[in-house]
Design a protein. Structure first.
Length: 400
């Protein structure tokens, strides 16, 4: 078998068919399937089906699409599913960090993500995944939300390249906990998790879930709309003249744009996202800073409702997502000498914005009163494949 794999473009016609069957599981080839424009299809972000959701009742829920669950990293497959998420079912949330290097036990550079753990009697429910009447277990007990640099499947992520917001798009991806943990464990990346504590107890955690879902959906629609706009322009430039006069073909693009258009009821004055350059950026809009931003918006909403218990606002980190500076853009293309020349301005920025280093975030969250404390210390958990996973040990879960 050849080591090089040809990319397979998923056409806009196939995307339209997917829209019409959006609740069915979709199996993709992780390393080869791309959307028009060349972006990895497996990295497509979470989207909410607002028409099918109910956010107003006591038993409110949202229907999400593009949940990464059930794929196999060994054979390079990703499976995207749909699920029903109970809005008041969260019993715990963890800010999870994964070391991306071998410097120290927890690494110098880390990936950060939010893990929502649902109560046993309020699980996430997979849709069209086999009926319970035949014994199928459709329940998921945790979801992991990960803000990632959307790129081609054969293009690795580079910290320096990511300083330029033109390099990567921003994709808020969602995984079932076991799927994400397996992916990370095979990459030899342990989970170092900090249990969050928000004002107003479990209602505060529910507010964090609602904020997280709305923010993810809003950014996802912005990003996918940008891809569709670029792809349609390319399609028009390459299509034969006869096709361009085909109203049905042109209507397909309009249908796709309508599907991903921002939802009118998700606007929030507390979600202050930049209008331009809403793309991945290593310092401003990274995995960890976007997760931290989500927490801050949720806390702002809780404070506005009068819930401040346990909160120390003087120590909150408030990342600015939009202030791209010229030295950041220059850094993406410079050599080692250029990095040294810019060292003073880099150090000034990092001192003023400690959240740029993910490993600084837990201590600041603790001082702000946003971490759960057990026996006088932050509630910290270490999950690893060869020890204790979030789901027990391998010996407990495998057939003997």
């Amino acid at each position: 078998m050849s080591s090089s794999k040809a990319l397979r473009i998923i056409s806009h016609e196939q995307l339209l068919t997917r829209v019409n069957h959006k609740e069915e599981p979709l199996r993709l080839r992780t390393a080869t399937d791309v959307l028009p424009g060349g972006y990895a299809a497996a990295m497509i972000p979470l989207m909410i089906d607002w028409q099918a959701s109910d956010m107003s009742s006591d038993n409110g829920f949202v229907i999400i699409h593009n949940l990464n669950h059930g794929g196999n990293p060994v054979d390079g497959t990703t499976v995207l599913c749909s699920a029903k998420v109970p809005l008041d079912g969260v019993e715990a949330v963890e800010f999870t960090f994964l070391p991306l290097d071998k410097i120290g036990k927890q690494g110098l550079i880390q990936h950060g993500q939010l893990r929502f753990i649902f109560a046993e009697d309020s699980p996430v429910l997979l849709l069209n995944y086999g009926d319970e009447s035949m014994g199928s277990d459709c329940n998921i007990q945790d979801l992991v939300f990960s803000w990632e640099a959307w790129r081609a499947p054969d293009a690795g992520y580079d910290v320096k390249t990511g300083m330029n917001p033109a390099a990567y798009l921003l994709s808020p991806r969602v995984f079932s906990g076991p799927t994400r943990f397996l992916d990370d464990a095979l990459g030899k990346r342990d989970w170092f998790s900090y249990r969050l504590r928000l004002p107003d107890g479990r209602r505060g955690l529910a507010e964090l879930l609602r904020t997280n879902l709305a923010l993810c959906d809003g950014v996802a629609r912005h990003t996918v709309s940008k891809i569709l706009e670029q792809s349609e322009e390319q399609w028009v430039s390459q299509a034969p003249a006869g096709v361009l006069h085909n109203e049905e073909a042109l209507a397909d693009w309009q249908t796709l744009r309508n599907v991903v258009a921002p939802h009118p009821d998700t606007g929030d004055s507390l979600i202050n996202l930049p209008d331009e350059n809403l793309a991945y950026q290593t310092l401003l809009r990274s995995c960890a800073t976007m997760a931290l931003y989500t927490i801050n918006v949720a806390v702002d909403r809780l404070v506005a409702s009068g819930h401040t218990d346990g909160l120390n606002p003087d120590y909150r980190m408030l990342p600015d997502l939009g202030q791209q500076e010229q030295w950041m853009t220059d850094l993406a293309e410079t050599d080692l000498k250029g990095i040294f020349l810019r060292a003073p301005v880099i150090m000034r920025y990092l001192r003023a914005n400690p959240q740029a280093f993910p490993k600084n975030i837990p201590h600041q969250l603790e001082k702000a009163g946003l971490l759960a404390i057990v026996h006088g210390k932050p509630h910290k958990l270490h999950y690893q494949l060869e020890g204790t996973t979030p789901y027990g040990t391998l010996q407990e879960n495998l057939i003997k």
